[in-house]
Design a protein around this ligand. Structure first.
Ligand code: HEM
Length: 180
């Protein structure tokens, strides 16, 4: 877990991604972050075509590495109008064009926290999955994005890397033996 800007999160050894309301767990939990999948804000028709043509879904067996990167943007960002934000996001920072170069090796899912409440500790929970051999290219993409104008509006960012438990991958072979 690397804290790039803003307050860090307490350390944690394992991460569970839960859809829906998490079961109350008997295990102590270091922290919980909440977000929801939501509608797109910035993508235009042409970009959507490029994205849907290139992207693949989460959960690919070879993508054993993942990054959870919670991000908060500044009050100044949220004071901008939609067209001003789009201009910074794409025309100046080329977020989509930079990201497209990494599809399909990287699968991604954006979650919005601000749609739940403005009191959430982050505005976005970004999630990426890739194969171990793609890690350095993934890091290069991050460096390019973090150097962009868009990131001047990021005031909290934590880069959390996880590796999938091997048991999730293990094939289970069930044989039913009948008594003769
Ligand atoms: C894998 C390549 C990537 C692609 C193809 C991609 C694509 C996109 C697209 C299309 C959107 C806009 C969604 C909308 O219209 O609302 C978006 C938003 C976003 N992406 Fe990426 N992205 C990539 C990588 C990253 C990385 C590495 C980060 C950094 C952690 C990141 C952080 C975000 C954030 C925070 C937003 C929300 C921006 C906002 O609404 O202000 N993305 N991304």
């Amino acid at each position: 877990m690397t804290c790039l800007v803003g307050e860090p999160l307490p350390p944690a050894g394992r991460l569970a991604m839960v859809t829906g309301t998490p079961d109350s767990s008997p295990d102590p939990v270091a922290w919980v972050l909440r977000g929801i999948r939501s509608n797109e804000r910035y993508v235009n028709r042409q970009e959507r075509g490029q994205l849907t043509g290139a992207q693949q879904g989460l959960g690919r067996p070879a993508s054993t590495c993942a990054a959870l990167i919670p991000i908060r943007k500044t009050a100044a960002w949220w004071m901008l109008t939609q067209d001003e934000r789009r201009a910074i996001f794409e025309e100046q920072s080329h977020h989509i064009q930079v990201g497209l170069k990494h599809l399909p090796p990287v699968a991604r899912q954006l979650h919005h926290c601000r749609d739940l409440s403005e009191q959430e500790p982050f505005d976005f929970l970004t999630w990426f999955e890739y194969a171990p051999e793609y890690e350095s290219a993934f890091d290069e993409m991050l460096a390019e994005m973090r150097a962009s104008e868009e990131w001047a509006y990021v005031d909290r960012e934590i880069d959390i890397r996880v590796v999938r438990d091997s048991y999730v991958d293990r094939e289970i072979d069930i044989r039913v033996v009948r008594d003769s």
